[in-house]
Write a protein that binds this ligand. Structure first.
Ligand SMILES: NC(=O)C1=CN([C@@H]2O[C@H](COP(=O)(O)OP(=O)(O)OC[C@H]3O[C@@H](n4cnc5c(N)ncnc54)[C@H](O)[C@@H]3O)[C@@H](O)[C@H]2O)C=CC1
Ligand SMILES: CC(=O)C(=O)O
Length: 317
């Protein structure tokens, strides 16, 4: 019989996972939410705490602390488990540790009979999304990483602040690795359909160097926040909820996710941040932007850095 309720299973209820669960409940996106963590007491405590907020939620979400068997009928499994960056560490420094953790997690999920969509946020997210695809054997479109969704949000927010325009009217993408080699797609950035150069044409106080500084603040945002409070979680949690909504409500939304390239952008056999149409089946298609030569070269560099980092890791699996 067809199940009419949506079930999301969250693996990892640390800073990112618990913030995601809180935001998901507050937006009433799913009927069932199962929390799984190595630290069972934390997951159980989170389930209790979240349930106590139910009278204030927009709709009922059945939330419980569970285990991998609960993934069997899940529509979506979101993975935020694993190590996070310590001050000074890069995302790529986490690759060995988190790939090993992921092998154990994904094997248990697949043993449950899971046949839905994976959404990955753990870093380095592009490589771990590739790992989930390899370990699960699911079609590539049904394995999605959060990619540069957060970087793109940071970019739109900072541009909106700089030009004093609602961030929702700023359309600009960060693509590539969710990490140090990511790049801004200035050639396709616009404010309400107007290119940035048109928008700034008659503005005497506009300094073109400000744009590069905005990008640097986007690229290095995680380092700046981790230095101050040890971790980042609210922004990514809201990005994961946005993706969950696009998936469960079949929205065909264009979001910058880590998607598998099979010739798009001139590369293949890699998960990396690109705009893609996301719906109930996962990634429907990749949106191929016509990049300029400088952007193409930066994107290729990002691909190469990811591939070089991945190579030794996947030899062990
Ligand atoms: N993609 C993105 O934009 C972002 C990604 N992240 C990443 O998200 C990940 C989680 O970060 P935080 O929540 O801050 O870390 P955290 O340390 O607060 O939480 C991690 C959780 O994973 C659990 N865990 C570890 N091994 C497990 C296993 N084998 N099975 C089940 N649960 C397990 C831990 O018990 C812990 O509760 C990190 O890799 C971090 O870098 C963080 C922010 C943004
Ligand atoms: C930690 C991380 O990946 C971020 O905040 O971008």
């Amino acid at each position: 019989m067809l199940r009419r309720v949506n079930r999301v299973v969250l693996i990892g209820t640390g800073f990112v996972g618990s913030s995601y669960a809180f935001a998901l409940l507050n937006q009433g996106i799913t009927e069932e939410l199962v929390l799984v963590d190595l630290n069972k007491e934390k997951a159980e405590g989170d389930a209790m705490d979240l349930n106590h907020g139910m009278p204030f939620a927009p709709s009922r979400t059945k939330i419980w602390y569970g285990d991998y068997k609960d993934c069997g009928v899940a529509d979506l499994v979101v993975i935020t488990a694993g190590a996070n960056q310590k001050p000074g560490e890069t995302r790529l420094d986490l690759v060995e540790k988190n790939t090993k953790i992921f092998k154990g997690i994904v094997d248990q999920i697949m043993d449950s009979g899971f046949n839905g969509i994976f959404l990955v946020a753990t870093n380095p997210v592009d490589i771990l999304t590739y790992a989930v695809w390899k370990f699960s054997g699911l079609p590539r479109g049904r394995v999605i990483g959060s990619g540069t969704i957060l970087d793109t949000a940071r970019f739109r927010y900072l541009l909106g602040e700089h030009f004093d325009v609602d961030t929702r009217n700023v359309h600009a993408y960060i693509i590539g690795e969710h990490g140090d080699t990511e790049l801004p797609v200035w050639s396709h950035a616009d404010i309400a359909g107007t290119t940035i150069s048109e928008w700034t044409k008659n503005k005497a106080d506009f300094n073109p160097d400000d744009l590069n500084q905005i990008f640097l603040n986007v690229r290095d945002a995680a380092y700046h926040i981790i230095e101050r409070k040890g971790a980042t979680y609210y922004g990514i949690a809201m990005g994961l909820v946005r993706l969950t909504k696009a998936i469960l409500r079949n929205e065909n939304s264009v979001l910058t996710v880590s998607a598998y390239l099979d010739g798009e952008y001139g590369h293949n056999d890699i998960y990396i941040g690109v705009p893609a149409v996301v719906n109930r089946n996962g990634v429907r298609e990749i949106v191929e932007l016509d990049l300029n030569e400088e952007e193409k070269a930066k994107f290729t560099n990002s691909v190469q850095v990811l591939k070089k980092t991945m190579e030794p890791v996947f030899k062990n699996f």
